[in-house]
Write a protein that binds this ligand. Sequence first.
Ligand SMILES: Nc1nc2c(ncn2[C@@H]2O[C@H](COP(=O)(O)OP(=O)(O)OP(=O)(O)O)[C@@H](O)[C@H]2O)c(=O)[nH]1
Ligand SMILES: [Mg+2]
Length: 458
Amino acid sequence: MYSLDDTIAAIATSIGQSGIGIIKLSGPESLPIARQLFRSAKGISKLQPYHLHYGHIVDPASNIAVDEALVVYMPKPHSYTQQDIIEIQAHGGIVPLRRILQLVLSLGARPAEAGEMTLRAFLNGRMDLAQAEAVLDIIEAKTDAALRVATEQLGGALSGQVSQVRRALLDTLAFLEASIDFVEDEIPLQDVVGPLTDVSTQLEKLLISADHGQIYRQGIKAAIVGRPNVGKSSLLNALLRGERAIVTEIPGTTRDTLEETANVGGIPLVLVDTAGIRTDTADKVERIGVERSQKALQQADIALMVIDGSCDLERSDWEIEGLVRHKPGLLIVNKTDLLSAKNLQPPANFYPDAERCRISALENQGINTLEEAIVELVLGGGVTPADTPMVSNPRHKALLQRALEHTQSAITGQQNELTPDLVSIDVREAVETLGEITGETVTEDLLDTIFSKFCIGK
Ligand SMILES: Nc1nc2c(ncn2[C@@H]2O[C@H](COP(=O)(O)OP(=O)(O)OP(=O)(O)O)[C@@H](O)[C@H]2O)c(=O)[nH]1
Ligand SMILES: [Mg+2]
C-alpha cells in the first residue's frame, strides 16, 4: 500500500540554470518544516494560506541564509495533492536548489518518487487516473493540437464519457444479477440489448477518435529517402523552417541519419533525414550510412521519397523505389525551380500508390501543399466525431477495445438467450475494463508503471 502520511519533497522545476526554481513539499510536516527554514523579511511569524511571503531560507543549524525566496502555503484540501503543500521559489541554480532540498530532507521530509505528487492527487480523489495521465501528456505535448487533447482530458472530458458508459453497463448488470436470484415475475422486465447496443456505439465512437488522438500525442515518423544530392536535407530544413541539416552540392553530404520533429498541421512529424542511398559506393563511411538509411526506412511510419526533377530517373532511384514501394508515403519531385525540371513526370509504375508533390526545397515552393498531403496521408481524411473527446493514450485505446468486445459478446449472448449469469460475466468484464481507464479498478503494479513515467516533483 502507498503511504500518504509522510511528507515528500522534490525540486519541481527542471535542473539547470534559470530565473527561479521551485521546491515542493506535500504532506503533514510541510508547514512545520517551512517554519523552521523560512525567515520572513517583514518578520511575519505565521505563513498565511495562499499568500506569497518574501524572505530567506536559512540553515537552522548555522542561522546562515542560503537563498532569498518566496514561500507559499496551500493547506489541504485545496491543493494539488489535497494535502498541505509548501512551495519554495528560490533562485534556479543547481546548488541553491539542492541545498534547500537537503535542508528540507534533514528536517524530516522524504525525497518524492517520480510522479508521486500526482499519485497522491489521484489517491486522494482530486483527479481520476485518466486525468492524472493527462498531466504527463500536457508536460510532454509536442504541438498545440496535442496540448489541446491533453487539456481536455485533464478537464475530465474522457473520464466523463467513460463513466457515463460504465454507469449504463452497471445498470444492466444490476438487472442481470437480479434476474439470476429472482424468478422472472418478481422483478420488472428490462431491455438488455438496447442499452448494450448504445454502449457499443459509444465505445466505437471513442475508438474512432483514438487513431487520430494517438497520432497527435505520439507523432508520426517519416523517413526522407532518395539518392544522393536530390535535396533530402534541403527538404528537412524547409519543413523545419530552419537550417538544421548541412546542405552542399557534394553528393554524399549526409552521412548519418538525423532526427528532428516538425509541427505539420498540429501533428508532431518526426523527420529522419538519411544518407543518400546508392548501393555501388566504395566509401566505407557512406556504406554504413546507407545501411542506416535502410533501417530508418524500415522503422518509419511513412516514406518521403525525393527525386531530382531536373534530371532523368537513374538506376538508384529505381532501387530505392523498390525499398519504399510497399510503404505508405509521398513521391516528392524536387528542384522544380530549374528549367529542365518542368517536364519530368515519373512513370505511373514508379512508387504507384504514392501521391506526387512537386516542390522546390531551395525556393520554398510547394511546401504548404506538401504539408497538406502529409496530413491527408496520415489522418486518412477521416474525421473524429465532433462530440467525442479524443482518446490519445494507447492504454486507453486497448481498454476501450476490450470493453467493446465484452459488450458485443454480451449482446450476442442475450440474443441467443443465454442465461443471465452467463451474459452478466461479459458485462462485468466490460465494467471492470472501463474502470481501469478512470482508475476505479486498478492494481498497484499498474499505478507504478503509469506514475514512474512522470518526472520527479510532479
Ligand atoms: N535548384 C535547386 N537546388 C536544390 C534544391 N534542393 C536542393 N538543392 C541543391 O541540391 C544540392 C544537394 O542538396 P541536399 O539537400 O544536400 O541534398 P541531399 O539529398 O541531402 O544530399 P545527400 O545528403 O548528399 O544525400 C545542394 O546544392 C542544394 O542547394 C531545389 O529545390 N532547387
Ligand atoms: Mg543530405
